[in-house]
Design a binder for this molecule. Structure first.
Ligand SMILES: Cc1cc2nc3c(=O)[nH]c(=O)nc-3n(C[C@H](O)[C@H](O)[C@H](O)COP(=O)(O)OP(=O)(O)OC[C@H]3O[C@@H](n4cnc5c(N)ncnc54)[C@H](O)[C@@H]3O)c2cc1C
Length: 394
């Protein structure tokens, strides 16, 4: 939001309590054209992708840092019907036309090409797929706005600290005055009075950082997704190991961010199990087991330990999985940008644009994005689908 506003020449102040367990800091930052069981094009891909790409490139140039990478990602078929769906949906004249129209390229990949990943049915590569290193992006953003005295690492009490009056907004505790304020609080939006009606339907996600001796050349979507973080050898005991991220779980019952309780250990084991299932039998030494979970191994360690980290956060998802943006019903200078769910990296830049159009030019936010579309029926049956199907979630 801050980058888009400053690109339009607006003066911006960013107030953020930079908690390490915010959804954005934990996220893998994947931007993927084909997602879900149906192998459908990601919602409004051709609208969102060019805007996010341009924004992250601009932010990289402005901060002289490197946090946005575009490359092909791999997806491995999980079943024969999924494989057939791919060829039926995309490997046809019409599929080809649709690829061209949306600026994507999908190529089937045989099992051998996907090694060391276990892929008896093969898979496909998709291009372009992006990855935003979200922590590096947020750190560079903070540094950039701090250098302009426009960064305030501060926990705002939105009920007490925000003074809204016709024509201006003030935050007396920080000595700030401006024309408008946008609350981009993720699930913390529930903790103050302004947008308590937001139809948020949060979902916890866990990811693991692992060291492995398997060489993973691309982002792979399998039973879980895996992201190679560093291909060079680590200067530590794991002399041949590479760092990878494996994720993510999706849970709507446990909504804290602790990784120490038994539910969290269950999520960790689930991810380790999925990672082990992803590896080809030809490469067994890449398997990793968690030293804290002796039960899993009947008391013996089969492979070298490689769990470097376990992180969890709560995604600010909505009931219908669409974003929640727009003005406050009675305070004309107050807006929200929320409901980014599992696709913040892809959607946020264009949503910020649409919100700026609304703030500056009084453009109407379309109903599919309007936060106050409470009339939309919560998809109760969705929850059971999410819990039962095993494809990875971002
Ligand atoms: C495990 C996991 C994996 C994910 N992977 C992906 C992925 O691969 N790709 C993708 O696009 N998305 C992914 N996501 C989702 C992504 O994280 C979210 O879509 C997005 O980051 C939400 O951003 P946000 O700014 O709305 O909320 P948040 O990231 O929660 O940020 C809100 C910020 O507001 C601050 N704040 C709130 N209230 C106050 C206050 N009163 N005063 C000061 N500061 C305040 C918080 O401290 C926080 O810094 C993933 C999420 C999880 C949990």
């Amino acid at each position: 939001m801050a980058w888009q506003a400053s690109q339009r020449g607006l003066e911006v102040a960013v107030i953020d309590d930079p908690t390490p367990s915010s959804s954005s800091r934990v996220a893998a930052g994947l931007v993927t054209p084909i997602t879900g069981d149906r192998l459908a094009l990601s919602w409004r891909w051709s609208e969102f992708y060019p805007v996010c790409k341009a924004l992250y490139e601009y932010a990289q140039r402005s901060t002289a840092t490197d946090f946005w990478h575009v490359a092909a990602a791999w997806r491995v078929f999980q079943s024969d019907p999924e494989r057939e769906r791919f060829f039926h949906r995309w490997w046809s004249e019409e599929g080809n036309r649709e690829m061209k129209a949306n600026g994507i390229a999908l190529e089937p990949m045989p099992a051998e090409q996907l090694l060391p990943i276990h892929a008896p049915r093969g898979g496909f590569s998709m291009w372009p797929a992006g990855r935003l290193d979200t922590r590096a992006y947020l750190d560079a953003t903070a540094k950039h706005f701090r250098s302009k005295d426009r960064w305030f690492p501060f926990q705002l009490d939105c009920d007490e600290d925000l003074e809204l009056a016709p024509g201006h907004v003030r935050v007396p505790r920080l000595g700030l005055q401006g024309g408008k304020v946008v609350l981009c609080q993720g699930i913390a939006a529930r903790t103050n009075r302004w947008f308590t009606e937001l139809p948020l339907h949060p979902a916890r996600g866990d990811i693991l950082e692992l060291a492995t001796d398997a060489s993973i050349p691309a982002v792979v979507h399998h039973e879980a997704w895996v992201v190679p973080v560093q291909s060079a050898s680590e200067p530590n005991d794991h002399s041949r190991c590479r760092r990878i991220l494996v994720g993510a779980t999706y849970d709507r019952q446990c909504l804290d961010t602790s990784v120490d309780h038994s539910t969290a250990r269950g999520f960790r084991n689930e991810l380790l199990q999925r990672w082990n299932n992803m590896l080809s039998a030809a490469n067994p030494s890449a398997g990793i087991h968690d030293p804290n979970d002796r039960d899993d191994l009947n008391g013996s360690y089969k492979f070298e330990v490689g769990v470097l980290g376990h992180l969890a956060a709560v995604r600010p998802a909505s009931y219908d999985r669409h974003p929640l943006i727009g003005p406050h019903p009675t305070e004309p200078n107050l807006f929200c940008l929320n409901g980014l769910g599992s696709k913040g990296s892809l959607m946020a830049p264009q949503l910020a644009n649409l919100l700026l159009d609304c703030m500056l030019e009084n453009r109407i936010i379309e109903p599919a994005l309007q936060w106050s579309r409470r009339g939309d029926k919560p998809r109760g049956s969705d929850d059971s689908q999410i819990k039962s199907h095993r494809s990875p979630k971002r």
